[in-house]
Design a protein around this ligand. Structure first.
Ligand code: UD1
Length: 424
């Protein structure tokens, strides 16, 4: 397994380009199952999750070609693949987001067999809301031998609520919306997720001929159509990657420029960084991040969009470990998502977890240590901590980072970090 070794204490300077959003690209790729005709999708990051999704789609008859500029061509030959409807365990277990082929398969091929994604290191991740939503549209669904087996005649539009114990569901909204676009009649999804990635999928589907209104609101109205066509589309910039680089600039007291940023998708993140004392200025799609020595402790609560993303929690924790005073981070989406805490403690952080909150007392200096990544965003948090820790940090299980960040160490190195990958 590859490792990343970081020598901390180097200020970041320079400019970095933000890639297209992983979490928008994955459901958009799955939605290509719905289209008659080939599509060209720009801004697809070259990361392991995209490779996994490509394999799942190829298994379902897709022809996929990647170009060096990040464009993906995806085509399914209409009518030739109706006997292909399985997303197998070997691929689904690598990436929970593969569940987003369920809705498209069901509505287009009338049959889907998708491995149950199961638990996950960041906590319980049920799919009851996906299943309830698809059942409301008329699907018959049962779970046998670890697979979700679903069948349907043409789905029928209806009113559906996707409200769960922790708010709406991002991929559940993607699944139900993708299924409803080819259903007969009108579907209203109440309590829909409003995340920019869900909006991007809706915009993609509308470009392909779907009729979705209320995009970005918690009530989506979807008028079913008979068919969708191939499109040229560009994925939105990755707000989590942008937020991660913003914190890299902040934690090293650096001065960096981020290109290809949608600051309007990052309001909660930017507001919190400003409250901490980081200077951020955005002109058009470019954000300049300037750190300093005068940061303040803050409290953070993760919430559904437009609130603070849970996918930025570990990165903010790394920063707050270095800020004098007591900060409290409360996790309201995945209440057990604190696997990075013991690793940060190994680096000298003072953090106590109580139920779904982490109480952090900032220390003047983190120290390098051997740490292990438990999940993608935990890995980002540890890498950020390594950038400022005194001495050397060796990060193990880098494959988690490779799922979501393209050449992270190369890009940080270009900004002045002393960081290298040790290949296994
Ligand atoms: C997506 C993101 C993930 C992000 C998460 C929350 C992708 C590929 N992944 O995951 O990076 O951290 O949104 O913003 O886009 N829940 C249920 N029943 C369900 C589904 C979810 O109770 O059927 C609960 C979950 O346990 C969680 C909350 O709802 O507490 C939100 O989860 P959800 O929005 O579904 O996360 P994902 O879409 O899997």
């Amino acid at each position: 397994m590859d490792k990343i070794v970081i020598e901390g204490g180097h200020r970041l300077e320079g400019s970095v380009r933000i890639n297209g959003a992983k979490n928008a690209a994955l459901p958009v790729m799955a939605a290509c199952l719905l289209l008659d005709g080939p599509s060209r999708i720009k801004g697809i990051p070259n990361i392991v999750d995209i490779q996994t999704q490509s394999k799942i789609l190829e298994n379902l008859g897709g022809q996929i070609k990647r170009h060096d500029d990040g464009t993906l061509e995806i085509a399914f030959r209409d009518g030739e693949n109706n006997d292909k409807y399985t997303a197998p365990y070997e691929l689904v277990r690598k990436m929970r987001a593969s569940i987003c082929v369920l809705g498209p398969l069901l509505t287009k091929r009338r049959k889907a067999k998708v491995s149950y994604p199961g638990g996950c290191v960041i906590g319980q991740r049920p799919v009851d809301l996906h299943i309830n939503g698809l059942r409301a549209l008329g699907a018959q669904i049962e779970t046998t031998e670890g697979y979700i087996n679903a069948t349907a005649d043409r789905l029928k539009g209806t009113d559906i609520s996707l409200k769960g114990k922790y708010g709406s569901t991002v991929l559940g909204t993607c699944n139900v919306m993708s299924a409803a676009v080819l259903a007969e009649g009108t579907t209203i999804i109440e309590d829909a997720a409003r995340e920019p990635e869900v909006q991007d999928l809706a915009n993609f589907l509308n470009t392909a001929g779907a009729k979705i209104t209320g995009i970005g609101e918690s009530r989506l109205t979807i008028e079913g159509v008979k068919e969708l066509h191939g499109v040229d589309y560009e994925i939105i910039p990755d707000r989590i990657e942008a937020g991660t680089f913003m914190i890299a600039g902040a934690i090293t007291k650096g001065n960096i420029t981020l290109e290809n940023v949608r600051a309007d998708h990052l309001t909660a993140v930017i507001d919190k960084l400003k409250e901490i004392g980081v200077e951020i200025n955005t002109i058009g799609n470019t954000s300049r991040v300037k750190g300093n020595n005068l940061y303040h402790n803050v409290d953070i609560t993760t919430l559904p969009y437009p609130g603070m993303p849970t996918d930025m929690q570990a990165q903010f924790m790394a920063l707050l470990c270095t800020v004098e005073g007591k900060s409290i981070i409360t996790e309201k989406i995945f209440t057990d998502r604190f696997m990075h805490v013991p690793e940060l403690v190994r680096m000298g952080a003072d953090i106590r977890v109580e139920v779904s909150s982490a109480i952090i007392r900032g220390t003047p200096c983190l120290t390098g240590a051997n740490v292990m990544i438990s999940d993608l965003r935990a890995g980002a948090g540890l890498a950020l901590a390594g950038l400022v820790a005194k001495g050397t940090t060796t990060i193990d299980r880098v494959y988690h980072l490779d799922r979501g960040y393209e050449r992270l160490e190369e890009r940080l190195s270009k900004l002045g970090a002393v960081i290298k990958r040790i290949r296994d």
